[in-house]
Design a protein around this ligand. Sequence first.
Ligand code: APR
Length: 247
Amino acid sequence: MKVVVLTGAGISAESGIRTFRDANGLWEGHAVDQVATRAGFGRNPGLVNRFYNQRRRQLREVEPNAAHFALAQLEQRLGDDLLLVTQNVDDLHERAGSKRLVHMHGELLKKRCIWCEEVTLCNPEADLGPGDVCEKCGREMGMRPDVVWFGEIPYELDRIQAALETADLFAAVGTSGLVEPASRFASKARVFGARTVEINLSESARAAEFDEHLYGPASETVPEWVRRLVGDGGELKVETAYRFAMS
Ligand code: APR
């Protein structure tokens, strides 16, 4: 059975990382076009780097939750038949043990040179600033977070498309379904015959595109979903249709 799982900010919410569109969303104090666009970086690279430095520092204070660990367990069971696609730029899936992982919106722990496009790992203990020098071309004033901003092309879309076309099951976890192209993944997978399940705190904007719905905190619903999928160590069951609201 081939499975594609898409995660969004909601899977990291219980780890203490704010989501984007809750009332006190992550963008607080900063308009999106100030800190999540190329134009915003061009206008004020120091502000943008400070915004991402603060998010990078926060990674040292948070831990993966049961939902991240459950998806790592599912990967142990499925191996290459699972592709985990995350919109998140945190490293919680990796720290929970996931390896077959696509960060379609980039990663907080990576930086990119605007002059030569070289991508390198950030020093997790140090902030990124305009004075940082590119390790490849040696130029400064051009290091930016390797995070995909609005108006930029997400990473590995061909690989994701290929996985959606062959998936038996597609699950979206903790995403509002408001940002393309990820918001179209469920309908794409369905066209190619996959069953689709939405695992979220509440109905997303794309709820109607899912065959099954599992609502509640991800740290409860995802482990339950994986347990029902994997069974008690038996064969994997796609026809796991259940709808229950976790209180
Ligand atoms: N458990 C499960 N779902 C949760 C939880 C939780 N504990 N807390 C919140 N959610 C759900 C919310 O109901 C919402 O539907 O997670 C979703 C988070 O939605 P967004 O804040 O819009 O985050 P996301 O969908 O990941 O945003 C997509 O938009 O801002 C850009 O690039 C950014 O990757 C991001 C993209």
